[in-house]
Design a protein around this ligand. Sequence first.
Ligand code: PLP
Length: 406
Amino acid sequence: MNKSIEEIRADFPILSQKVYGKPLIYLDNGATTQKPEVVISRVANLFRHTNANVHRGVHLLSDNVSEQYEAARETVRQYINASKKEEVVFTAGTTSSINTVAFSFGEKYVGEGDEILVSAMEHHANIVPWQMLCERKKAILKVIPFNDQGLLDMEEYKRLISSRTKLVAVAHASNVLGTINPIKEITAIAHKEGIPVLVDGAQSIQHGIVDVQDLDCDFFVFSGHKIYGPTGVGVLYGREKWLEAMPPYQGGGDMVANVTFARTTYNDLPFKFEAGTTNYPAAIGLATALDYVTSIGREEIAGREKHLLEIATRELSAISGVRIYGTAQDKVSVISFLPGEVHQYDAGMILDKMGIAVRTGTHCAQPVMDRYGIPGTVRASIAFYNTEEEMYALASGVRQVMEMFA
Ligand code: PLP
């Protein structure tokens, strides 16, 4: 890394805070990441100095914002290596991107008796929109199972693909198990049958290199807030041929070319999918976040997080009674566990009082809990700004929690 850990942490104002008089140990990065000062000030300065509605005016401020917004789109394009800017749509986040595809693609391509394939390790955001589509269209949702380790059953995946499969929607990385799924293999198998693949990148984008052309996916979705950017913005990458063919999801300003009461025509890509005033300050802030991550180094970030995950896994595994869920070789820095018989909420609340912020519950992935027959887990999700000491503090905190309940 080109910066020391102290310099990196100093970039994130919130990390120097104390909670309950103790240094904050923020291990809930899977839920949302903290923001570096460059992102905070970029958004604040936009409101302070150049705010105007995007794509709306001929005046200086509006022009300026429109330029920044389109530059942000180009930054995203480069970051995910999309071949064209037209393939990068700004949305409100991962959930909104998936709903856009479920509605728009579903409207055109899915009918009664057709099938959508998801995996059993999806976040609810990559389940419920497909269920809703299936309900609307009388289509069928099929589910790829995973094994105890948290690996997708690829043989079953191949078996589940049928002549009725219209789309495969799968997470790049599981938000509970951390598993990085074999997307290239998944897309290769689906494409042999001409089936498009949507990849939920909410838990992969922040952990390393994402190259949509290399993954060969048809849709790739993520949220700005998971990669050190603002909330309320996300990205829908879609292969041009699909986005061109799909109808708009929402109607309104900016997504139209010509409006009369007799007939309305739609704008070109990507604007066809950006109805109304978009969250342009957040999109611009997201580009700043991506530039920041690039300046730190994406491979360096992945390497550092892997190192921290190894420490946390080793230290937690050494505690008698701790069970870890998700033990794939290829994982992002997410570790879900149960501390013996201690309820995950009790553990989370006591860790909180020690200054350690972790997530507890089902993590919006109830089917994963059902697969293991557990009500929930404690989840520590690690970012590159976390430290080795924090990994030891987590293990020590868990040990103390278990001793209190022994
Ligand atoms: N998909 C995955 C794998 C996630 O982890 C999340 C959020 O945690 C989402 C989708 C939904 O993201 P958002 O709430 O930002 O739309």
